[in-house]
Ligand binder design. Structure first.
Ligand SMILES: C[S@@+](CC[C@H](N)C(=O)[O-])C[C@H]1O[C@@H](n2cnc3c(N)ncnc32)[C@H](O)[C@@H]1O
Length: 264
């Protein structure tokens, strides 16, 4: 609690990052990742290996962009910093551990950006943006990773409406998910996508007691790799319950999306 409070007080973050809950969520994620380190090891190591594989055959390695870089737990930062001329880490919030890690490399920079397209809109400044990824469609960007970000994008915008007892606009969650996937498809760079799809709550007998679709009904193409992420082992959310997420990874999203046609 004390450590969390210190992060809350000392992390450089704007009023929007604080008021909309992005800073709080990042700190909670950091605490959970530390508590669940053993259970998350397989997921994080597999994600890192997919990212490395995804850029291994690139001919040009100018700029790599990591969307949802967060704590960098699923990002092989030293390999990317060695391979690319420049690495840009993009998230709503960069906590101190990520800031310290980035500082070790002269070619790694941090960028704060809202990748849901909702933040300005929720704060009363204009419409919801449906193309927040257009920022990253630049000639010098050769590699983009969407790093366990997609399922997170709708959460705080939907919470915003729920906390005000207001119904969200129809299809908001789905729209955010589709906008991200379509935004990735429009980028000219090689795109690696790693995302969780759903959350299953199981009891100690392995019975599924709750199932949550994290992608709001959007189906994804067949993945290059898939695995289970034990996001909350027994004891984390209840003595007799654990939560697992199914994860899909695409080393080349353009190929996967083209291979299986339009999104379901
Ligand atoms: C599950 S975490 C993954 C973080 C990171 N890849 C890691 O493993 O350490 C999701 C990340 O998405 C970020 N995020 C959520 N909504 C965002 C938004 N609208 N714009 C940018 N980043 C966002 C969170 O701050 C968080 O760092």
């Amino acid at each position: 609690m004390l450590i969390e409070g210190l992060h809350y007080l000392t992390t450089p973050a704007s009023r929007a990052q604080r008021q909309l809950g992005y800073l709080r969520e990042s700190i909670l994620l950091m605490s959970r990742s530390r508590r669940c380190q053993a259970a998350w090891t397989h997921h994080l190591a597999t994600a890192r290996s997919v990212v490395l594989q995804a850029c291994s055959d690139l001919v040009r390695c100018r700029t790599a962009v990591i969307l949802g870089s967060g704590l960098l737990d699923d990002i092989p930062l030293s390999d990317l910093a060695g391979r690319f001329e420049r690495v840009i880490l993009v998230d709503m919030v960069h906590l101190w551990p990520a800031r310290r890690a980035a500082r070790r490399y002269a070619n790694v920079t941090l960028q704060v950006a809202d990748l849901s397209g909702c933040v300005d809109w929720l704060r009363g400044n204009g419409e919801r943006r449906t193309d927040p990824l257009s920022l990253f469609d630049r000639e010098e960007i050769d590699f983009v990773v969407s790093a366990n970000l997609l399922s997170q994008l709708p959460i705080l915008p939907l919470d915003w409406f729920e906390s005000r007892n207001r119904p969200p606009p129809d299809g908001l969650g789905r729209g955010i998910v589709v906008a991200h996937l379509e935004g990735l498809s429009r980028l000219r760079a090689r795109v690696c996508l790693v995302t969780d799809l759903d959350q299953m709550t199981e009891d100690r007998e392995g019975r599924v007691v709750e199932r949550l679709d994290l992608l709001h009904g959007i189906g994804l193409p067949a993945p290059d790799r898939s695995w289970i992420w034990e996001i909350a082992p027994f004891g984390e959310v209840g003595r007799r319950r654990r939560q697992i997420h199914h994860v899909h990874a695409y080393a080349d999203w353009h190929v996967a999306a083209g291979r299986d046609g339009a999104l379901a």
